[in-house]
Design a protein around this ligand. Sequence first.
Ligand SMILES: [Zn+2]
Length: 146
Amino acid sequence: MYLVVVELQEGGSLMSPTSLEQLEVKGADLRAALARIGDMRPGSLSETYGKCGKPTCHCAKSGSRGHGPSWLLTRTVDGKTVAQRIPSGPAVEQSKQHVAEYKRFRELARELIEISDQICDLRLKDLQGVREVQTKKKRHRRKSAR
Ligand SMILES: [Zn+2]
């Protein structure tokens, strides 16, 4: 019974909040990674096949999936879905990289915001400590002035 209690306490100490120093190291890593972000663009790439509408074309035959693939970069701008055609060939590979880089940027930014948020909290606590000391000093001065 006693042993169980000790184990729980040890588990609790492992869950203790990360130190400011640890958070700052993580934050610096994330900032460095963000600085190395390459060309990026939001959106998602999709492969599409289309029919040109000419009744004599091979795409009009039943079972044909149509011309393509052609690639579309789709994203939301001001609440509207905007699609941009990406020409086949190297542009597709490059666009995939651009989109992947944007996702990486978003992920890094999200992590940095999270860590920075915790750092801000810790700094506010520090500030509160400083203010309490200053208030005590002020009170002391006023008392001594009277
Ligand atoms: Zn056709």
